[in-house]
Design a binder for this molecule. Structure first.
Ligand SMILES: Cc1ncc(COP(=O)(O)O)c(C=O)c1O
Length: 436
């Protein structure tokens, strides 16, 4: 028997009959039509009408001149990062990355796919701490990073959980230092941001921008991603690289390293069926966020914040952060966590266990990159400067590390757009019981 279900605090609660997912695909029917159409007309490869259409429709929706359909968001991020590397430092040898010997400032609290391309291109990621206002890259920490590493010319920035970061401030700092921006809008498709007084979409805020149609995103193609830009030359280059870098010759002729990263016309068929429902999915996610917010208002927690004046998130994931004084003792190792329940207190691990026991899927906050074993030796910059080695045996440091704090106290709630109001209330009740 599950120990949560035996716990008196949860007495009277019944598990959800059907599993509630964190964020699962929602098909509407037209997806099948466009996939069938591709098969019927035999356009079952990486060319076809579905690809042409989704590129056109997404470019229009986002407000960019060019969209290039790719296999995944990760491949879009790789080619965006490579493009930036090549623009800054020139073409690399076939066996070397374009960022060799160069540092890149990177969002720290994000999914690793945002920033792994820096390593694919042989660059060194320098992680920039997070700010509490939006849970995204801290402009203050970014300024500090330029003080410490003034030669850096590239910034990779993500919008976590569909909440736009402080893009104008980051752009201003980038311009001051002549740096390019790769924008990772994988989680924030359809989120809006007031840039220099005008509402624009995320996916327009960098020099090279990326979105994802992964199965858990606000709309999906089962997979798929896109590279977005206003620069024709950049779009053409990404198109070329993504299809093995063929030159204009009768035979396979190659002057550059290529990739097999192009979107499939079948995947594009699913996306084509989903695009008309993007705004509806966002509205559903927003309603879930708002209901959670109302439901937890008397609990010692806060929802993931956003700047209501300058941004309209797509509310991809609803998250919580537990007030410090309501945290029960807890320790996380590399792969496991323990906690000790205390009256009136809880912690992410307990809430996630309780949700799982009642058949609902939550998730810890994305573990910050500077805490990941693979990147543990990479520099990490906070609003105070160097975030590594902040104290010594005799002098205590301030220990400011916003990402680590949000990771410790935060969690992602079930945010499936098909959740009913009753299911949201059920999740809130489980959380409430955790704090009893
Ligand atoms: C922030 C972020 N960047 C990049 C990706 C990678 O996208 P994909 O799974 O389409 O490769 C994801 C999610 O999957 C993501 O959440």
């Amino acid at each position: 028997m599950n120990r949560i279900l035996e716990d008196k605090r949860f007495e009277g609660l019944k598990p959800f009959e059907k599993k509630i997912w964190l964020s699962s695909p929602t098909m509407h029917g037209k997806e099948q039509y466009w996939v069938d159409e591709a098969i019927r007309t035999n356009w079952v490869s990486t060319v076809g009408e579905n690809i042409n259409e989704v590129e056109k429709q997404i470019a229009e929706y986002i407000g960019v001149k060019y969209a290039v359909g790719l296999a995944t968001g990760t491949s879009a991020l790789h080619l965006a990062t490579k493009l930036a590397g090549e623009k800054l430092y020139g073409q690399a040898r076939p066996n070397a990355g374009t960022l060799q010997g160069h540092k890149v400032f990177c969002s720290d609290m994000t999914f690793d796919a945002s920033i792994n391309p820096v390593a694919y291109e042989d660059g060194d990621a320098v992680f920039i701490d997070t700010e509490y206002d939006t849970w995204n890259m801290s402009p203050e920490a970014l300024e500090k990073a330029f003080e410490i590493y003034p030669d850096v010319r590239l910034i990779v920035v993500a919008h976590l959980y569909g909440t736009p970061g402080k893009a104008d401030e980051i752009r201003r700092i980038a311009e001051k230092h002549g740096a390019l921006i790769v924008e990772d809008a994988a989680e924030s498709l359809g989120a809006k941001y007031k840039s220099r007084g005008e509402w624009v979409e995320t996916g327009t805020l960098g020099d090279y921008n990326c979105i994802s149609f992964n199965g858990n995103k606000v709309i999906t193609g089962s997979a798929g991603g896109m590279f977005l830009t206003n620069d024709l030359e950049a779009a053409n280059k990404v198109r070329k690289w993504s299809t093995q870098s063929r030159e204009n010759a009768p035979w396979y002729q190659h002057e550059e390293i290529g990739y097999n990263y192009r979107m499939s016309n079948i995947v594009a068929g699913v996306i084509r069926g989903q695009i008309p429902y993007l705004d509806e999915h966002i509205a559903q996610k927003k309603a879930i966020y708002e209901r959670y917010k109302e439901g937890v208002k008397d609990l010692p927690v806060k929802m993931n914040p956003f700047d209501a004046e300058n941004s309209q998130p797509n509310f991809w994931l609803s998250c919580l952060i537990i007030d410090e004084d309501a945290m029960c003792p807890t320790v996380r190792g590399e792969n496991e966590a323990v906690y000790r329940s205390e009256p009136g207190k809880s912690c992410p691990t307990e809430i996630l266990e309780a949700l799982a026991a009642f058949n609902a899927e939550g998730r810890p906050i994305w573990k910050p990159m500077h805490m990941q074993p693979i990147y543990r030796m990479n520099p990490f910059i906070t609003a105070e400067g160097n975030g590594r080695g902040k104290s010594n045996a005799y002098i205590a440091g301030s220990g400011i590390d916003v990402g680590a704090d949000i990771f410790r106290r935060g969690l992602c709630l079930p945010s499936d757009n098909k959740m009913t109001p009753e299911q949201v209330d059920g999740v809130v009740e489980i959380i409430r019981r955790c704090f009893q």
